[in-house]
Design a protein around this ligand. Structure first.
Ligand code: ACM
Length: 555
């Protein structure tokens, strides 16, 4: 009897095609691994990840040796599969063979991740939980590939620093969900997190703050423990290489010309010295939008060229074709009050303070293009005219992304109303330091990256989407996990799978598959929000957040 399981019940994200039978099985007994040239990366991952969980050594078969009774896992690159799109792959399981085929190395890598899911939650452990257990797979076929090429998560490591091992762990978590972009928000008013050798004070001074507000802005509480940390250049090289091995691209963000108080605290000449005593500024200890922004001078441009020069060395073009320059939330009050800034507006002949901001961003658009990179910035970079090569991260809803895409610019959709994972997951008092809109797992499952009103030509400019995790009220990895999971699993399905329109999506089916996925997250040690609400230790009673009531406009 052939029992079809349509599709394999618990894969997340859901594959494009899967036909499996539970009437026949492949029992994996100490398998051998066939890995021809070109498949070395997938073989390394398979040995490291599945080998750890199962205890298998996965030796290459030796000519003439008896492999009787041992299942074969065979890896292959088959370029025809790439006809279905970049990163496509197939999995074929018979009684004694597991065949993983990628159209390209990335596709093959995702095939390995699918095999891990097919083996069950214990395949996510780092050592065998039960040494003698049998590992079985249903027999069948699967063909899959992503809807979008940009499937990302932004981690704000500036507001609260995430030590390097936490970032590496997040790269593993992204890869387990077939996500392929990690956007690192490396600088902000509250901290500078990347070593720049020619400007040592950026991390000597800018990486440390004396205290932090405990809760959101309305909270009267302070955490008096100093906070800080930064990645050395070798840390960054390690992060980038670790990500590349897992087919994850890293997008570094240096936020200019706003969100810059940490840099100004380190080098006061970067600020508007004719308006504020920048030498008296420390790294900011509060949350919100800060008035202390960069001065619009040639010297500031030269300084940041120096920062970006080192950054381009750390983030090679193959892994990081895009460089994010921020551009968001730059209050213009200091530029309005500054004689030097007003003189600059006249000298450059730009249209007021918005024109100054556009001048700033345009400068780096050209500078990065000359070096073979692409600039990406938050949607405020549309104000005062978009730089010619710029791509846009559309965060204040879809409007910026729509305008940019209609004008022929590439866009990454990350509207705060839908995919800001710092926003609370449920109404009520139990969510820890609740901020923003209520966005449940089901809401994220119904997120649609391409707004229906986009023309087909403009829709082709939507590279994909990313979920953004800001960390003002998440002081450690557990709190980040709580906000990110389980919602990142829904997000992963939205950007990978070809789901129907939001109203027609099979939420019940997804929720059923989540039962197995929670077990995977448990095996991985992810401190997710349980479906029934926070555990007692996950609550933060009495610490004020900043809830936003009511429904935001969608699209
Ligand atoms: C942002 O949320 N300020 C990009």
């Amino acid at each position: 009897m052939f029992v079809e399981v349509p599709p394999v019940p618990d894969l997340i994200p859901e594959p494009r095609y899967a036909r499996f039978t539970t009437a026949d099985e492949c029992e994996l007994t100490d398998p051998v691994l066939v890995a021809p040239p070109g498949t070395e990366g997938a073989a390394r991952r398979l040995r490291a990840e599945l080998g750890a969980a199962t205890g298998w050594e996965l030796p290459a078969p030796v000519a003439g040796a008896a492999h009787a009774g041992r299942t074969v896992i065979r890896l292959a690159l088959r370029p025809e599969i790439a006809g279905a799109g970049a990163e496509s792959y197939e999995v074929h399981v018979t009684r004694d063979l597991v065949l993983l085929e990628g159209g390209d190395p990335a596709g093959l890598h995702w095939a390995v991740q699918t095999l891990r899911q097919l083996l069950g939650p214990d395949a996510y452990r780092r050592a065998p939980a039960a040494p003698d257990r049998a590992w079985r797979l249903p027999v069948g076929d699967l063909a899959d590939g992503p809807r979008f090429g940009w499937r990302g998560l932004m981690l704000d490591v500036a507001r609260h620093f995430m030590p390097k091992d936490g970032v590496l762990r997040y790269i593993d978590l992204l890869a387990a969900h077939k996500l392929n972009v990690l956007h690192l928000h490396l600088t902000d008013d509250q901290g500078w997190r990347v070593e720049i050798k020619r400007y040592p004070r950026l991390t000597e001074v800018g990486a440390w703050r004396s205290r932090s507000r405990w809760g959101h802005r309305a909270s009267p509480l302070w955490n008096e423990t100093p906070h800080g940390g930064f990645y050395t250049q070798d840390d960054i090289r390690e992060i980038v290489a670790y990500a590349a091995e897992r087919h994850v691209r890293v997008v570094p963000e240096i936020d200019v010309p706003g969100h810059s108080q940490a840099a100004i605290a380190a080098y006061p000449e970067l600020g508007n010295t004719d308006v504020v005593d920048t030498a008296a500024l420390g790294v900011w200890d509060d949350w919100g939008v800060c008035e202390n922004v960069l001065a619009p001078t040639e010297a500031v441009l030269r300084f940041y060229e120096g920062v970006f020069e080192e950054l381009l060395e750390l983030f090679p073009a193959e892994v990081s074709p895009f460089v994010h320059v921020g551009g968001d939330e730059c209050p213009k009050a200091q530029w309005r009050a500054s004689r030097a800034a007003r003189a600059r507006i006249r000298e450059l002949g730009v249209d007021g303070e918005d024109g100054l901001q556009a001048w700033f961003i345009r400068h780096f658009d050209g500078w990065l293009a000359e070096r073979g990179r692409r600039l990406i910035g938050w949607d405020e970079i549309l104000e005062g005219g978009l730089a010619p090569g710029a791509a846009v991260s559309s965060w204040r809803g879809y409007a910026g992304g729509i305008a940019a895409a209609e004008a022929g610019h590439d866009v990454v959709m990350c509207p705060e109303q839908q995919v800001y994972l710092d926003h609370r997951q449920a109404p009520g008092e139990d969510e820890p330091m609740p901020i923003g809109y209520v966005r449940s797992l089901a809401d994220v499952y119904r997120f649609e990256p391409v707004p229906p009103k986009l023309s087909p030509e403009a829709a082709a400019h939507v590279l994909g989407a990313q979920a953004n995790m800001w960390t003002e009220v998440t002081e450690n990895q557990s709190r980040v996990d709580y906000q990110v999971f389980p919602r990142l699993a829904a997000f992963a399905e939205v950007v990978w799978s070809r789901l129907p329109k939001p109203a027609e999506r099979d939420w019940a089916g997804f929720e059923a598959r989540m039962t197995t996925h929670y077990a995977r997250l448990d095996a991985l040690g992810v401190d997710y929000r349980p479906p029934g609400g926070p555990l007692p230790r996950q609550r933060r009673p009495g610490v004020l957040g900043r809830p936003i009531d009511g429904e935001p406009p969608i699209v």
